[in-house]
Design a protein around this ligand. Structure first.
Ligand code: ARG
Length: 457
């Protein structure tokens, strides 16, 4: 069963075998392992290291193994140490001695480095698609809600009125950056380690550029020791995924708050909510909470791998096998969270009336009242003080700025005229804010155009 039994006189202890084996998890990249082997064999043939007969027999054998695994005829068992041993053993069993030439000029060290890169590259494509789907759903909400007013918060205290489109637009930017982070990582990782051997290359005349191009890499890696011991790209990916989760988690936190009885800004669809076993009235935002909760798990994976790598001497060390389970788990977690979160937001209903009336109280138009004074020649600092007095007056009378009479305004500052009401109306407060990136009608229209172009490219 073993690839390396030759120099051993004793069987491996069963517990040692179990502890050492990785097949229970590295079977996840059986497809990438076989794809990599096929490219390697084709290169060996091109270089005259294998004959074309040998090459076609091996390639055919590998393709059959792939088909059989995919259709369930060949089941990956735990007798083998890892997926590499499993595939090689089955190849030899099926095509005989010629199968023993597959591993010529290769080590499991460059093989596993390749498999992991191929696997993460494929998964990153899926992550990107999921992010793009989420962005499309957010864009739909934005387009429909440029005139849905709501309070914007700082310190979770009502600050200034904004629109729902503007609030959602903030997340649009975050997830857009998340996509571009994945893109950057892909560009950096996209160099092929195959042909680096165990650590010092090989004496066979391998054409590494050819293998790299067969596998859609930019080219081969430049240092064989680095090739077999580089896990930077996984650390970068875990960091980018942690950032995605951080963004999802912040959004979930807001949805949980908005969905609470006190706010009632949104209502989650029944399909995305859960109940209580004891309290019949409950409809809980469990999905949002779980996404927020799973963020910790992805951060943990990042910390684990950084810690695993920090003391490793060059080149390959078995510690690196630990990169797999945690990366796989993090990828699956992020993919699951993105898919569920997208479903949850796209089915969520916004209570526009409640949002709007919430924006109307809490003095979210106080800045605009101060700006009114500034526009009438009052220095901003004085205006700030005057509006402070207005707010105090309103708090005492339990009214809003809009509900003060003009006489009451004038008693505090003679500058106020009847156009103050128009100046501090919710609509004006939002629609007049037209600097780039602000919630105003004009600037939002511009940003929506940019978002549309971005999604269409
Ligand atoms: N399962 C191993 C890993 O994931 C494959 C490489 C094994 N190489 C070795 N020299 N033992 O890292």
């Amino acid at each position: 069963m073993k690839l390396w039994g030759g120099r051993f006189t004793k069987e491996t202890d069963q517990l040692v075998h179990n502890f050492n084996a990785s097949i229970s998890f590295d079977q996840k990249f059986y497809k990438q392992d076989i794809t990599g082997s096929i490219a390697h064999v084709k290169m060996l043939c091109k270089q005259g290291i294998l004959s074309s007969d040998e090459c076609s027999t091996i390639v055919k054998g590998l393709e059959d193994i792939l088909t059989d695994i995919e259709n369930g005829t060949l089941v990956i068992d735990s007798e083998h140490e890892d997926i590499h041993s499993f595939v090689e053993a089955h190849l030899i069993e099926r095509i005989g001695d010629v199968g023993k030439k597959l591993h010529t000029g290769r080590s499991r060290n460059d093989q596993v480095a390749l498999d992991m890169k191929l696997y993460t590259r494929d998964e990153m494509k899926e992550l990107d698609t999921l992010l793009k789907n989420l962005l499309s759903e957010l864009f739909i909400i934005m387009e429909k809600n440029t005139e849905t007013f709501m309070p914007g918060f700082t310190h979770l205290q009502k600050a200034q009125p904004i629109s729902l489109a503007h609030h959602i637009g903030a997340y649009f930017e975050m997830f857009k950056r998340d996509r571009s982070r994945l893109f950057d990582i892909k560009n950096r990782l996209n160099y092929c380690p195959l042909g680096s051997g165990a650590l010092a290359g090989t004496t066979y005349p391998l054409d590494r550029e050819f293998t790299a191009s067969l596998l859609n890499f930019e080219g081969p890696t430049y240092n064989s020791m680095d090739s077999v011991s580089d896990r930077d790209y996984l650390i970068e990916l875990l960091s980018a995924m942690s950032t995605i989760m951080m963004h999802l988690s912040r959004f979930c936190e807001e949805i949980i708050i908005w969905n609470s009885n006190e706010y009632q800004f949104v209502e989650l669809d029944d399909a995305y909510s859960t109940g209580s076993s004891i309290m019949p009235q409950k409809k809980n935002p469990d999905i949002a909470e779980l996404v927020r909760g799973k963020t910790g798990r992805v951060y943990g994976a990042l910390m684990s791998l950084l810690t695993t790598m920090k003391g490793l001497p060059l080149a390959y060390n078995k510690d690196m096998q630990e990169d797999k389970e945690l990366t796989f788990d993090a990828i699956d977690t992020v993919k699951g969270c993105l898919a569920l979160f997208t479903g949850m937001v796209s089915t969520m209903r916004f209570n526009k009336t409640i949002m709007e009336s919430s924006a109307k109280n809490g003095f979210t138009n106080a800045t605009d009242a101060a700006d009114y004074l500034v526009n009438h020649g009052v220095p901003f600092r004085d205006a700030h003080g005057i509006v402070g007095q207005l707010v105090l007056f309103c708090i005492e009378k339990n009214i809003s700025l809009d509900e003060m009479t003009l006489d009451e305004y004038k008693a505090i500052s003679s500058v106020f005229e009847s156009d103050i009401y128009e100046a501090i109306s919710l609509k004006t407060c939002v629609e007049k804010r037209n600097t780039i990136g602000a919630p105003g009608t004009e600037s939002m229209k511009q940003v929506l155009d940019w978002c549309r172009t971005y999604l269409n490219q």
